[in-house]
Design a protein around this ligand. Structure first.
Ligand SMILES: [Zn+2]
Ligand SMILES: [Zn+2]
Length: 260
């Protein structure tokens, strides 16, 4: 049984087809999905889905690509939403120097502000970082270390950067790219992460793993990601999946909801 630690089920590419998507996930052995918000309305939808399905939990936050959606009351409304019982994380937030807001100072301010809110609410943070490793690390260091601080999602940095994030209390999550044929470096970095700090995710509907690269992604395909991670640790999916799942349960405190 696996947990997809990062999916956008509320995305217009997945939502119309949700019943089929969820059935295929369950058939593939996915026991839980973290549905991640990227602005206020996607966060509200994530919470709605989490309240509707017992195996979905929500994260709320504003992604660095969506800062134009910010209204004066957005953070207050998200913080209110975050108090609902099925919200297990804040995110996704962070820095994106490829597709994010062109105003980097604005990105950093939104990142710092949301890290602070998450810390005050004692929620783990789902961090998005694209081509912004140095600034991301500087801001995480400013916020300081914390138990179950959050997760560096779809990790693309170096082994050294991973070590700094681990020291601050972050888990490291890998998505479809770890399966890509030309991603030897990502696999080398993944193999250096302590197994008890590793997560798997799809980032659906994006980043479909091999052999589905380029197609619409969905949570059932977290199996391909987990299988790749297992092989990097010299394990099988059967032995490694429970370890990955235990990590997600610990980070998001899912044992409140799950038996056994
Ligand atoms: Zn992301
Ligand atoms: Zn995402």
């Amino acid at each position: 049984m696996l947990i997809d630690s990062h999916a956008h089920l509320q995305d217009p590419d997945l939502l119309p087809d949700l019943e089929d998507v969820l059935r295929r996930a369950q058939d593939a052995g996915v026991e839980g999905i973290i549905c991640v918000g990227y602005d206020l309305s996607s966060s509200q939808l994530a919470v709605k889905l989490a309240e509707e399905y017992p195996f979905i939990w929500a994260a709320v936050g504003v992604h660095p690509e969506n800062l134009d959606s910010l209204a004066p009351d957005t953070y207050d409304r998200l913080a209110e939403l975050a108090k609902r019982p099925r919200v297990v994380a804040w995110g996704e937030v962070g820095l994106d120097y490829v597709h994010g807001d062109p105003d980097r100072a604005r990105q950093k301010e939104a990142f710092r502000r949301q890290l602070g809110i998450a810390q005050a609410l004692n929620l783990p943070v789902i961090i998005h970082n694209r081509e912004a490793h140095g600034d991301t690390l500087a801001i995480l260091e400013e916020a300081g270390p914390r138990q179950q601080a959050g997760v560096m999602h779809c990790f693309s940095g170096s082994a050294e950067f991973a070590r700094e994030c681990l020291a601050l209390g972050y888990y490291i999550s890998f998505a479809g790219p770890v399966t890509f044929k030309n991603a030897r470096r990502v696999r080398e970095v993944a193999a250096t992460i302590p197994a008890e700090r590793l997560l798997c995710e799809t980032d659906s509907p994006y980043l479909s793993p091999e052999p589905y690269r380029g197609q619409r992604n969905e949570p059932a395909r977290v199996v391909e990601v987990a299988t790749q991670l297992a092989s990097l640790f010299g394990e099988t999916l059967e032995t490694f999946a429970p370890r990955l799942t235990a990590n997600a349960r610990r980070l998001f405190d899912l044992d409140r909801f799950l038996q056994d």
